[in-house]
Design a binder for this molecule. Sequence first.
Ligand SMILES: NC(=O)c1ccc[n+]([C@@H]2O[C@H](COP(=O)([O-])OP(=O)(O)OC[C@H]3O[C@@H](n4cnc5c(N)ncnc54)[C@H](OP(=O)(O)O)[C@@H]3O)[C@@H](O)[C@H]2O)c1
Length: 326
Amino acid sequence: MQSKIYNWGIIGLGKIAKKFATDLQSVERANLKAVASRSIEKAEDFAQDFHAENFYGSYTELINSPEIDVIYIATPHVFHKELTVECLKAKKAVLCEKAFGMNKAEVEEMIATAKKENVFLMEALWTHFTPHYNSVLEIIQQKKYGKVKSLTADFGFKAPLDFNKRLFNKKLGGGSLLDIGIYPVFAALTCIGMPQKIDASAQMSSTGIDEECVINFEYKNEVTASLKSTLLEKTPTECVIELENATVKLTSRFHQPPSKIEITLTNGDTQTIDFPVHTLGYNFEAIHVQEMLDLNRIESTIMTFEKSLNLISLLDEIRNKIGLTY
Ligand SMILES: NC(=O)c1ccc[n+]([C@@H]2O[C@H](COP(=O)([O-])OP(=O)(O)OC[C@H]3O[C@@H](n4cnc5c(N)ncnc54)[C@H](OP(=O)(O)O)[C@@H]3O)[C@@H](O)[C@H]2O)c1
């Protein structure tokens, strides 16, 4: 039985940092040691709310603090590469939010740095660690209902156009694809694999980001994936997988607890599987990071470097099709 307590640091104290810090409190052997913001007052408030011992008014101070084992990076995507490299060079393990980098070249640099410094690095694709999602992957991998014929996944909500918000700000890597479209793309990647052909179209906002993106993947044997992300309307945010002998649906919102699995067999019989989770769902990735650190690994066995590279390659190619450059 492992007994090492891991001292976590969080940098970038926005919306997702709060959710992650909430769930980290439920993780055994995880101690939120320090948090860092560009504002010392914000860091102090956050530290109080989540019982962190220390707080810093600069990211670099936390990164260089000898008391920290592992850092969760929760800034906008455009800063992920630079901060990850800084953390790794300071010999701090890194769990970095999605989108991991802005493009494949950035992700390659992040991974090369992890290898060079011999320090753990993982993309915080939290869905991959949740019980409901792993159950679906098991159904597919074991071919319980035959092979996959098609996958449909969407993620949409209505976000009021706001030039100051990360989502609409091109300089901060805004847009629906990198923020939420990444989940339908991740679903297709993990349930089917790398497509042979990609088509994509987008509606661009006046701020130059994709406010809606529609993507089609084609695989051999006429297998398809139809994917969509949008900031213009609330959509079901479900994932439906047609298999040879059943339809498997991950109910809304498919990428997070408490999504359920609804199975409809070709004879019409139905079954619903519930996955009671008493957290927001971010604890699972944090537990996995600690398990990887226990094993002195620099790479996750689940969200591997190859998977992150494949994911960013798909996002790059989709951006290329819709003419979105950052
Ligand atoms: N896994 C998930 O479920 C999930 C959900 C939402 C977002 N995300 C990802 O997490 C990251 C952050 O998203 P968020 O929704 O938490 O964003 P957010 O609320 O805007 O927070 C981002 C934080 O980054 C820091 N930051 C550093 N430089 C900044 C700059 N120039 N402008 C704005 N903020 C800056 C700020 O923290 P300080 O002021 O404290 O420095 C800010 O609070 C994104 O990469 C996003 O894709 C993941």
